[in-house]
Ligand binder design. Structure first.
Ligand code: CTP
Ligand code: MG
Length: 354
């Protein structure tokens, strides 16, 4: 009967929510890991200052935005506060030499990459069973700002937002659809898909749109713009939590079921652009047609996710036709598993991340 169906659904989602929390908690980095990473950051900062005394080394990406899994990579960004400074590629070369001499890291400088970086890694050891992998870039201030934006979204409703994002990060890694180099989507892309869903798809929304909230005081364009991009967003999360409350009461399991349904069935991949800043946009409006109908091999805009600040930048431009096909296949698979509501929620979770 419909009532029996309803209660079996409720039983499933409440058990599945509990499973998700338990699962995600085990995957968080330990305090020991966080301490080691912070020590590494300080050590590297001290070394870089022997080359550029006015520099600071800051964390961005998952180690800084609240969406970090155990043993995740470190993303570091070097900011230099002086006027005359070395070019990024010279710095990468010099820093590479210095780190090679002074540390035990494996060092790989990439001075001629589109974005010059130094790649570092440390072999696993008893205290660090997975070693460390770390990228150091330069002057990537927009990445620091988008990290702060994601961190604010994570802080508004950690039980639902962080659980969902962390679960999806595990899921996409286990299902092998998290490799921009191989034509699938970056972690950053997946996080934007989740935030878009919680801000713009869910009704009532689970999250407010931080980029469209009124500012508390007048703000000058110098304060809000960085390299010509508007980077303003409402970042006083303590105040926000006092003043704004979502009227959406769905559990994390219900949201996840709906997330998979939305991106496997409802989202229009041919024309839609995911924008956490402006809601659902159209490819033609952004000049982001995928060109497939003109017989060219250009793959750039198969999947379109607008960067929150660099609005001409498609975060998912590396996603190829085959990559998108695989990702959508995985979204459908997940949706199917959840719709079948296995007897035990833990079984669903294991199947999802097989
Ligand atoms: N980033 C970006 N533009 C991209 C990809 C990444 O600005 N197209 C920046 C973002 O600041 C992002 C950071 O690089 O937070 C790290 O990206 P990524 O490694 O994809 O995300 P993480 O959250 O660090 O995921 P993981 O734990 O898998 O490393
Ligand atoms: Mg990272």
């Amino acid at each position: 009967t419909p009532i029996q169906r309803q209660t079996s659904k409720q039983r499933f989602v409440s058990e599945f929510s509990r499973c998700l929390f338990d699962f995600v908690i085990q995957l968080l980095p330990t305090t020991e890991e966080l301490t080691i990473k912070e020590d590494v950051r300080k050590l590297l900062e001290r070394l870089i200052r022997t080359i550029e005394p006015e520099s600071r080394l800051l964390s961005f990406g998952s180690t800084a935005n609240g969406f970090s899994l155990r043993n995740s990579d470190m993303d570091l960004c070097c900011l230099i506060d002086s006027e005359e400074r070395l070019s990024a590629s010279d710095l990468v070369t010099m820093l590479g030499d210095l780190l090679e001499r002074e540390t035990k890291f494996h060092v790989k400088p990439l001075p001629h990459a589109r974005i010059p970086i130094v790649k570092l890694s440390l072999e696993p050891s008893p205290g660090l069973p997975y070693g460390i992998a770390c990228d150091i870039g330069f002057e990537n201030r927009l990445a620091l700002e988008n990290t702060r934006l994601l961190m604010c979204y994570a802080m508004i409703d950690p039980p639902r937002v962080r659980t969902m994002v962390l679960f999806l990060k595990v899921w996409c890694k286990r299902r092998k659809i998290n490799s921009p180099y191989k034509g699938t989507l970056s972690s950053y892309g997946y996080v934007l898909l989740v935030i878009f869903f919680l801000v713009h798809v869910k009704n009532p929304p689970v999250l407010p749109n931080l980029q469209q909230m009124p500012a508390l005081r007048p703000i000058s364009p110098e304060e809000t713009h960085l390299n010509g991009h508007n980077i303003w967003f409402f970042d006083d999360i303590r105040l926000l939590r006092q003043r704004w409350q979502s009227s959406n009461t769905e559990s994390v399991a219900e949201l996840l079921v709906d997330f998979f349904r939305y991106y496997s069935r409802d989202f229009n991949y041919n024309n839609g652009v995911v924008s956490i800043r402006a809601g659902l946009l159209k490819k033609d409006g952004k000049g982001w047609q995928s060109d497939s109908d003109r017989g060219t091999a250009r793959e750039r805009n198969r999947l379109c996710i607008e960067d929150p600040f660099e609005v001409d930048f498609n975060v998912s431009r590396c996603v190829t036709r085959d990559g998108l096909y695989t990702v959508r296949g995985e979204l459908m698979r997940a949706s199917r598993i959840l719709a079948s509501r296995p007897e035990r929620a833990i079984v669903a979770l294991a199947q999802l991340c097989e």
